[in-house]
Design a protein around this ligand. Structure first.
Ligand code: ADP
Ligand code: MG
Length: 340
């Protein structure tokens, strides 16, 4: 169970100026896992720029070249959860042992470990063991090590031992080749001027770029119409507008969950863990404040809750922000993020 996605291959990871260094470092690592000075290899960059894809590609390629090696991909969030469960069940040693016998360990979104001292601690020991034994560690993060907060110094210094390679926003040429490749793989024919129009206007990240092309294809097949430049204009306009952060409930959930470094799934989950409940209540509060949606509709979009739960959430947030200084700071910070 390596958890690797074979579609996230090097072949499908188009090269451009924005990713050349990270991509070739990845190739070097997969040619000689544990045998280069890129250990750990840390890939960092903003959302939707290909960190997860590249991390998988390295793992997939290693599995291909060295089938006998054990390669494990895991998100830092899952790793944390597993560790918490292991501690609860008194299995801390088994947990450590499991990770210490892996040949190639890939941990995605390590920024999630910030503030989680227990998990950082155990990861520190696992890391040291792997490194000393010539095993390869690959990490991704939304920030460079120097900008990471609430990560222990000794762990940060380990992160800097190898190579930190950034994924930047792709330029126009790269955006065009990514689109062409995607269309080719999906067997869709699209006039060149439309591909260029989309690539020219969607500049934020690859995920958005792919999203725009997918919705363009969907619209045209749904309406049984050809893909025209006019249709492309409409779709692109929608995407550009959305990224100008028209506040939607989705966007609010994204901002709130990013702020607390959790997944949207976690935010919506049924758990009663205090920090998750608070994050959810904040999302509901901001949805009430910044959208026209009804309490019922907010509830159904944020983890299928009823209108009374949303009402309660709004009151709780009001109360807490007048009594709890830390909580008030959350409200202020998130308000700022939602207002840019
Ligand atoms: P991140 O983890 O940085 O948020 P992902 O790895 O999830 O980003 O990438 C978002 C989407 O963009 C994925 O579908 C991925 O396959 C695609 N993608 C990113 N970079 C490239 C690239 N250089 N070539 C082809 N597809 C890419
Ligand atoms: Mg990712």
């Amino acid at each position: 169970e390596s958890q690797l996605n074979p579609n996230y291959s090097f072949e499908n990871f188009l090269e451009g100026d924005s990713n050349r260094l990270a991509r070739s470092a990845g190739l070097a690592v997969s040619a000689k896992p544990g045998g280069t000075s890129f250990n750990p290899l840390l890939i960092f960059g903003g959302v939707g720029l290909g960190k997860t894809h590249l991390a998988h590609a390295i793992g997939v390629d290693i599995k291909d070249k060295y089938p006998e090696k054990t390669v494990l991909y895991i998100s830092a969030e899952k790793f944390t959860q597993q560790y918490i469960d292991a501690v609860k069940k008194n299995n801390r040693n088994d947990f450590i042992h499991f990770y210490q016998i892996i040949d190639v360990l890939i941990i995605d979104d390590v920024q999630f470990l910030s503030g989680k001292t227990g998990t950082q601690d155990v990861f520190f020991h696992i890391f040291n063991h792997l490194h000393q034994n010539g095993k390869q560690v690959i990490l991704t993060s939304d920030k460079a090590p120097v900008d990471m907060q609430d990560i222990e110094q000794r762990l940060l210094s380990r992160f800097k031992w190898g190579l930190s390679a950034e994924l930047q926003t792709p330029d126009f040429e790269t955006r065009v080749s990514i689109l062409r490749n995607k269309l080719y793989r999906d067997g869709v024919d699209m006039p060149e001027d439309i591909i260029e129009y989309v690539a020219k206007n969607i500049k934020t990240n690859v995920r958005e770029l792919e999203g725009a092309i997918i919705s363009l294809i969907a619209q045209s097949s749904f309406n049984k119409k050809e893909i025209t430049i006019d249709l492309a204009r409409i779709i692109v306009e929608k995407f550009v507008k959305n990224t100008k952060r028209e506040v939607s409930i989705d966007y609010i959930q994204k901002v709130v969950s990013d702020y607390f470094q959790m997944d949207i799934d976690t935010l919506q989950s049924k758990t009663r863990k205090r920090h998750i409940v608070q994050a959810r209540q904040l999302a509901m509060f901001f949805a009430k404040k910044f959208t026209k949606a009804s309490l019922a509709s907010i509830g159904s979009q944020i983890g299928k809750r009823d209108h009374a739960t949303v009402l309660h959430a709004c009151k709780t947030v009001d109360n807490l922000s007048s009594t709890d200084k830390q909580f008030r700071k959350y409200v202020e910070d998130i308000t700022k993020k939602l207002s840019v």
